[in-house]
Write a protein that binds this ligand. Structure first.
Ligand code: ZN
Ligand code: ZN
Length: 412
């Protein structure tokens, strides 16, 4: 029987050795909430054990973030201080690894004026442009992992006592990241990567022109795929050829939609947790790639603002396939956290596309990408569309229809 401490240690090791895969002599930047310091220390220890040159930890605190968003002066939402920009850009350009440990209360920013968050988002897009380009282009190794916190656990398990909820959320996380405490997680992840690659190959060989989604919820939606699109999953290689796993957990196989060729009506299958608010029952009507109607039964204004931050925010940048029958989905838990919820269901994202999902796009300018059909934006927001009954058909360039999903799962 393995202890909770065994599992934490194995998880920290996994994030460092498989997640960012830190190399001898390389720097590692860790971002963590202050109350997760014990886990951050395990990661620092694992990183130095793997030969890291320097581990630089950057701390955040939910309570202070909330106070800042509520009370800081208006003009502070339009700028990111130079030193913060430099911190990230310098490390990124120096090929450091970035490990982000997330554990925030999904409702931490509830009640904050959405326009303040939108301005902050815009400022981040403007000032952190270089860093974001490097990140989205996989120039350096990065990984996002999640840690249970009492506030997040309470949201996921509202009927449990605090300690029970926390333990339950940790168990769900361990299950999703294949950690049991026996030290085999690294091996299991190599196996998982191979399984994902099998389907990636099939999808890439078909080179579909478009996918058609339909389900009982009322979705009837066609996603045109970008010319030269590449399906990706699991790990990838950085500009320096270093293999890393950007998201842990990860179950998705994803590529780039054509920003001008999405059409129809699409319903979200799950609520979307955004900036501390939960947007419920999203419905989009899309014409020639653009969202022309956006509605929700809760936080509709936030949804409208989210798709209006720039021109690309109302178009699609990601299409991802996840079997309904997969570890996170089977846990039947709504995590109110994109990292988990996006790996429980097929999803789409409005906003920025990942350039590595299209052949040659890494070397294209922003204008060239858009001309190619690849979306660009300062935002990227995933929302779930996969249901138990979703069917997806792939259409090849010569008009052949190939079943890809039936009853929520891959056909192959
Ligand atoms: Zn995704
Ligand atoms: Zn995404």
């Amino acid at each position: 029987m393995y202890t909770f401490e065994d599992k934490l240690k194995e998880y920290a090791d996994l994030l460092v050795r498989v997640g960012v895969n830190v190399q001898k002599g390389q720097d590692l930047v860790i971002t963590s909430q202050v109350d997760q310091a014990p886990f951050a220390r395990l990661c620092v220890e694992a990183a130095y054990g793997a030969g890291a040159r320097l581990v630089d930890v950057s701390w955040a605190d939910d309570a202070i973030t909330r106070m800042t968003c509520l009370s800081a002066a208006e003009e502070t939402f339009d700028v990111i201080p130079e030193y913060k920009v430099r911190f990230n850009t310098d490390y990124a350009e120096g090929n450091a690894c970035f490990l982000r440990l997330v554990s925030s209360d999904p409702e931490n920013l509830k009640g904050v004026d959405p326009s303040r968050l939108e301005r902050q988002h815009r400022a981040s897009g403007k000032y952190m442009k270089r860093y974001r380009e490097l990140l989205m282009g996989s120039a350096f190794p990065w990984c996002i992992g999640a840690l249970a916190s009492p506030a997040w656990a309470k949201r996921v398990f509202p009927d449990k006592l605090e300690a029970e909820a926390l333990a339950a959320l940790w168990e769900r996380i361990f299950m999703a990241v294949r950690v049991t405490g026996d030290g085999t997680a690294v091996e299991k992840w190599h196996q998982h990567q191979e399984n994902l690659q099998r389907r990636v190959k099939i999808l890439n060989d078909y080179a579909f022109d478009r996918l058609h989604y339909y389900n009982a919820l009322g979705s009837d939606f066609t996603v045109g795929l970008c010319k030269g699109h590449i399906w990706c999953a699991g790990g990838e290689h950085s500009a320096h050829g270093q293999f890393f796993m950007p998201n842990m957990p990860t179950e998705e196989i994803f590529t780039a939609p054509d920003r001008n060729r999405c059409e129809g009506v699409i319903y979200a299958a799950l609520p979307l947790s955004k900036d501390g608010n939960v947007i419920e029952n999203i419905r989009f009507v899309v014409k020639a790639g653009q969202i022309v109607e956006a509605s929700a039964t809760a936080n509709e204004e936030l949804l409208r603002k989210s798709i209006a931050v720039d021109e690309g925010a109302s178009r699609f940048g990601e299409v991802a396939l996840v079997p309904y029958d997969s570890p996170i989905s089977n846990s039947k838990t709504l995590f109110y956290n994109t990292l988990f919820d996006e790996n429980a269901a097929c999803h789409l994202a409005f906003g920025e596309a990942y350039p590595m999902t299209v052949e040659g796009a890494l070397d294209m300018s922003e204008e060239e990408r858009r001309a190619h059909g690849l979306n660009t934006s300062i935002t990227h927001v995933d929302f779930m569309v996969g249901t138990e009954d979703v069917s997806i058909d792939g259409y090849t360039a010569d008009g052949r229809c190939v079943p890809v999903f039936r009853d929520g799962n891959f056909v192959f």
